[in-house]
Design a protein around this ligand. Structure first.
Ligand SMILES: *Cc1c(COP(=O)(O)O)cnc(C)c1O
Length: 422
């Protein structure tokens, strides 16, 4: 489902022209579609029907309260990686009993916070973390539900920065060592073993690495079972890819049906932690052309959005489609918009500041551009570099737009700083 379609030559979010949103709320801004978020969650929920399951949205992909609210209302659980994300989930009305706490550097304060609201499970990533969780639970007089995040040593075939399931990655516990760590956990006074987890990477475009990982983890599950350690759930993580350009990722149903087949006959709840595949294509980044700059070597479209707003192109060399909000490639396109191959760049003082390179566009100063597939790892990675105010975020529902995060102001940005007094 693509909620950002042209209607009479104007790009819309659901039924609202993006030009209207830009006029009302200014640029740059992120625009999300409520129905696309719901639709993408349903794709998981439908495919998981018939077996015990839980879909935990990976909050780090898009942590806006309204996004979490939309998903919580549809029954989603949440995968968090910090105490801050836990606070977001609770404020958005999420159920702590459906929260999985991932991440490899949990502090004592974060563990305490999570124990106090009775989350579903801690995904433990190291031996010392297990000791810390046991100690905090003991101090609070509680029992901590845990699973081990095992590293199955499979190559997810994705970008090295977003691959996490290889031996050399910092994530998880080596699958060869996991049995011993489970035995240690079983002997701990304030730990309840409830599951096993693996998350092998992001933007995966084939099912094969998942099945490879599931196969390896199931051997561990069976060995544990033989040793009297029974697991309740199997969390296969997130990572399913989306279409940015010409990728052909599997649908959630294809992945889930294959995994169901593998775990058939075992009494395990299937947990998934999708992030990108829920929200990437439910959002766009809207920006306006400030200047066109033509040099002997290159044509630049200088826009009001930059790497501080949308980091993926600069960070990973990620490709995201950039389209004009008003269609200009139709017959009789205005002669004041000659076609050039542009680098679309922001105003930040870094050569690495670009949103897209070598894009063929017919545009003029003042035009609006939309960067597609920006709903995941977009706003959440934004910063104030160059003392730029972070963008507004807008949620569209039908023909209604709601500001779900206001554009920052300079007073807000500077409010935590002060000059010396002597
Ligand atoms: C980032 C992350 C996810 C979500 O990954 P996507 O590629 O966005 O689906 C899930 N689980 C863990 C532990 C993560 O770190």
């Amino acid at each position: 489902m693509n909620p950002f379609q042209y209607q009479s030559g104007e790009l819309t979010a659901e039924n609202l022209p993006l030009s209207t949103i830009a006029e009302q709320f200014g640029t740059p801004c992120y625009v999300y579609s409520r129905s696309a978020l719901e639709h993408n969650l349903q794709a998981y929920e439908h495919a998981l029907q018939g077996i015990p399951h839980l879909t935990c949205f990976a909050v780090k992909a898009n942590s806006n309260l309204a996004v979490l609210d939309v998903l919580a209302r549809k029954g989603a659980g949440f995968d968090i990686v910090s105490g801050g994300e836990l606070q977001r989930v609770l404020r958005a009305g999420g159920d702590p009993r459906k929260v999985i706490f991932s991440g490899l550097g949990k502090t004592e304060a974060e563990i305490e916070q999570a124990l106090n609201v009775d989350i579903l499970c801690f995904n433990v990533e190291s031996d010392p973390e297990l000791d810390r969780i046991n100690a905090v639970a003991s101090r609070l007089g509680k029992r901590a539900p845990i699973s081990l995040r095992v590293n199955p040593d499979v190559d997810a075939g994705t970008h090295p920065y977003i691959s996490t399931g290889l031996k050399e990655n910092k994530f998880g516990i080596d699958i060869a060592a996991a049995f011993t760590v489970y035995q240690r956990a079983a002997a701990m006074s304030h730990i309840d073993i409830v599951g096993v987890d693996c998350h092998i990477g992001s933007q995966l475009t084939t099912v094969a690495p998942y099945l490879d990982a599931v196969g390896r983890v199931l051997q561990l599950v069976d060995r544990l079972s033989d040793a009297g350690i029974k697991l309740e759930h199997f969390d296969i993580g997130g990572g399913l890819g989306v279409v940015y350009n010409k990728e052909t990722p599997p649908e959630p149903s294809e992945l889930i049906n294959a995994v169901k087949e593998k775990i058939r006959g075992r009494d395990l709840t299937l947990i998934m932690e999708p992030g990108r595949s829920i929200c990437a294509n439910a959002g766009i980044f809207l920006t306006r052309v400030e200047f066109l700059k033509h040099t002997d070597h290159k044509h630049f479209a200088i826009v009001d959005g930059a790497m501080n707003d949308l980091l993926r192109p600069s960070l990973y060399g990620a490709w995201q489609e950039i389209v004009p909000v008003t269609q200009t490639d139709t017959a009789g396109a205005s002669p004041d918009r000659p076609e050039f191959t542009y680098d679309v760049v922001g105003p930040v003082c870094e050569s690495g500041d670009f949103l897209g390179k070598e894009r063929v566009l017919r545009i003029a100063q003042g035009d609006l551009l939309a960067v597609r597939s920006a709903g995941a790892y977009g706003f959440v990675m934004s910063s104030n570099y160059n003392t730029r105010n972070r963008s507004a975020e807008i949620m569209v529902d039908g023909d209604r737009a709601t500001v779900v995060r206001q554009r920052e102001t300079i007073d807000y940005q500077l409010s935590l700083e002060q000059v010396l007094t002597d």
